[in-house]
Every structure is written in structure tokens, then in C-alpha cells.
Design a protein around this ligand. Structure first.
Ligand code: SAH
Ligand code: SF4
Length: 345
């Protein structure tokens, strides 16, 4: 929802100030999916708002649910006919996390990612980004799903720091207690490493979690996996992260997809530990090892025992390291599998 547009429409209609409070409470607190549900509004106001300030900027084409019910993936139509995917995950019994997209496709073209294969079609608006969370609130209400959607991760399609302004505005909608009302510490933004924006993000949103998709601590290897490493190589990233850590004193999460025979050897773990040790206090550096989800690419996943060994090496060097559980693989809704097409296989 574009709150400004809705307020302006109410003003044009000559409505008193409390009308916006009624709309706001219905849309954000009760997850109303249509103005017709807001019975305190006069009928002509409902109709006019529906035309001038629709509650959602995107519409549901299809939702798939994983066998265990813990991952729901929606294919959404945007107004210009393009499509995106967004995922609702239930990592624990009563808590839900929305994984939102920031672009249609992605220009970074990481070698392992389904979104990267599409190229970049366009960036989303702030409204389209925040509306994905609103969409899931409405969905949870319609499906009577128990629990609360109180986490949002910017880990869907697209590179958030390639459209920083829209992402920043969407974060303000998410964190506004009068709108989506999420706690800053329950929101995470993942970037493939746009160094200058890391510094800016730390200044603009010091309480929001930052995740960096690292995947390799060697420039040649990282450039092969994440081509943007050419523009922002490891030394530039380290510089930006040092500033971020010094200014925010917040934990940074490093995502590292384990790819068999490519970045999962003992010397890769040693290089990673070495690189991390120059950044800041070990207590602020958390490595999130990610099991590779199959995409139409030439990579294959590291075996579980090797993943454990890699994890132990990082921990032995004094850093926190976890292996990320993957929800939603059976519906191609896990990390890196989002393509926003009718068929993703
Ligand atoms: N563009 C941003 C955010 C979206 S990608 C970024 O790259 O950080 C979100 C996460 O999914 C990233 O850590 C990314 O590396 C990971 N990912 C991409 N493809 C994957 C795959 N095939 N298997 C597992 N994780 C993947
Ligand atoms: Fe883009 Fe992230 Fe996929 Fe890389 S991993 S292509 S940055 S969405």
C-alpha cells in the first residue's frame, strides 16, 4: 500500500483525519484484503480508495505449499505484467518469516543462482517490496495459519543494494510501528557486496541485520562465483565492513554456499578464517554455511560430512558458524531457486 496516496485520496474526498487511522488499522493491524471489509467507511469512500489507492500493488497468481507446510511460495503479478516470487517460511512452530524480492531478475549473475540466470528486468518499487509482507499477512489470515509473521529477510530475487533507495523506503514501511510494525532486529538484508552501500546501510539502519553473501575468500574464485567481485573485490569489502562494524557494533552474517570441490576444501576454510580475522571482533562475525540448492547450473552440493568439517574449522578459528536449514526445496522455494516464472524446473 502506498500510504501517502491513500491519505491524499482521503483528503481529496474531504474525509476527516480519523479516516486514515481507520484505514491504517484495518490494512496493517487486521490485514484486510479489500476496502469492502472496512465497514466503518462510507461506501463511496471504499469505492474511491479501491480505485485510487489499491491495498496491494501486486496480485496472487499461484501459491505452492511444501509437503511439510513450512514453506509457501507465491508467484505474484505486478501491474506491468512482470512477475516475482516471494516465500513465507516457518522456521519454528509459531514464528513466520517472509523472504522478499527486491528486483525482477538480477544483474549480478552469480554462477549458482536461478535468479541470476534471468538477467535484470527491473527493480521493484518500495511499495512492491513492502507489499510482499502485507500479502503474506493477508494470506496467513485467509488460510488461518497460526502464529505471527514477525521476521522479514531480503533474500528473494534481486540485489537489494542495487536499488538502495527503494529498499530503504520499504524498510521504513516495515519498521514503522503504525504500518507493518516489525522490530529492526527481526529484519535482515542480504547483499552480494555493494561496498559503499554497506557503509550507508550501517548509518541509515544500524539496528537492521546485515548479511553478506561471501562464498569465497579468494578474489579469483569469488569473481567466478559472484562476478560483482570485480567491481568490489575482497579488500574493498573488508574496508566497508570494518567501518560498518566500528560504527554499529552489530553482528554481521556471512553467507557461504558450500560447492563441492570449489570452495569447500580445508584451505578454503583457512582462507575464510584468515580474511575474517582482519575485520573486527570475532564475536561479531557469524558464518552461515548454506547447503547448495539445485539450480540449472554446473555446481553440486558439498557432502554433509565435509560441510561439518568446514564448519568445525571455522569454529576452531574462533568464529560462530552454523549450517542453514533449507526449507521449501520441494517447491523450488529455497534460497537461490526463485525465478518468478510459471515453471521453475
Ligand atoms: N542478492 C542478494 C540477496 C538474495 S540471494 C544476495 O546475493 O545476497 C539470497 C541468498 O541465497 C544469498 O546468500 C545467495 O547466495 C543464496 N543463494 C543463491 N543461489 C543459491 C543456491 N542455488 N543455493 C543456495 N543458496 C543460494
Ligand atoms: Fe543476484 Fe543474489 Fe542471485 Fe547473486 S545470489 S544473482 S546477487 S539474487
Amino acid at each position: 500500500m502506498d500510504a501517502e496516496r491513500a491519505r491524499a485520496a482521503l483528503k481529496d474526498l474531504g474525509q476527516p483525519g480519523y479516516r486514515w487511522e481507520q484505514v491504517r488499522a484495518a490494512v496493517y493491524a487486521q490485514a484486510a484484503s479489500s476496502y469492502d471489509e472496512i465497514s466503518v467507511l462510507p461506501a463511496e469512500v471504499r469505492r474511491a480508495l479501491g480505485e485510487r489507492a489499491p491495498i496491494l500493488s501486486l496480485s496472487r497468481r499461484r501459491v505452492s505449499v511444501s509437503g511439510d507446510g513450512r514453506a509457501h511460495k507465491a508467484l505474484l503479478d505486478l501491474r506491468d505484467g512482470k512477475t516475482i516470487e516471494t516465500v513465507l517460511l516457518r522456521p519454528s512452530p509459531t514464528r513466520w518469516t517472509a523472504c522478499v524480492s527486491t528486483q525482477v531478475g538480477c544483474a549480478v549473475a552469480c554462477s549458482f543462482c536461478a535468479t541470476g540466470l534471468l538477467g535484470l528486468k527491473r527493480s521493484l518499487t518500495a511499495e512492491e517490496i513492502a507489499d510482499q509482507a502485507l500479502f503474506w499477512r493477508q494470506y496467513m489470515r485467509a488460510e488461518a495459519l497460526e502464529g505471527r509473521l514477525d521476521n522479514v529477510v531480503y533474500m528473494g530475487m534481486g540485489e537489494p543494494f542495487a536499488c538502495y533507495d527503494a529498499v530503504a523506503e520499504s524498510l521504513r514501511a516495515l519498521l514503522d510501528q503504525k504500518r507493518l510494525g516489525l522490530g529492526a532486529r527481526h529484519v535482515s538484508v542480504s547483499t552480494s557486496g555493494v561496498a559503499p552501500k554497506i557503509v550507508q546501510f550501517g548509518r541509515d539502519f544500524p539496528q537492521v541485520n546485515l548479511a553478506l553473501s561471501l562464498h569465497a575468500a579468494d578474489d579469483d574464485l569469488r569473481t567466478r562465483l559472484v562476478p560483482m567481485n570485480k567491481a568490489y573485490p575482497l579488500a574493498k569489502l573488508a574496508e566497508a565492513l570494518k567501518i560498518y562494524l566500528r560504527e554499529t557494533n552489530r553482528k554481521v552474517f556471512f553467507e557461504y554456499i558450500l560447492l563441492r570441490g570449489e570452495n569447500d576444501r580445508d584451505e578454503d576454510a583457512a582462507a575464510l578464517a584468515r580474511w575474517l580475522s582482519g575485520l573486527g571482533p570475532a564475536a561479531l562475525l557469524h558464518v552461515n554455511l548454506i547447503v547448495f540448492n539445485q539450480t540449472d547450473t554446473a555446481h553440486s552440493p558439498t557432502a554433509e560430512t565435509d560441510a561439518r568439517r568446514f564448519q568445525e574449522k571455522i569454529m576452531a578459528a574462533g568464529f560462530k558458524a552454523t549450517i542453514r536449514q533449507n526449507l521449501g526445496r520441494d517447491i523450488d522455494g529455497a534460497c537461490g531457486q526463485l525465478a518468478g516464472r510459471e515453471e521453475t524446473r
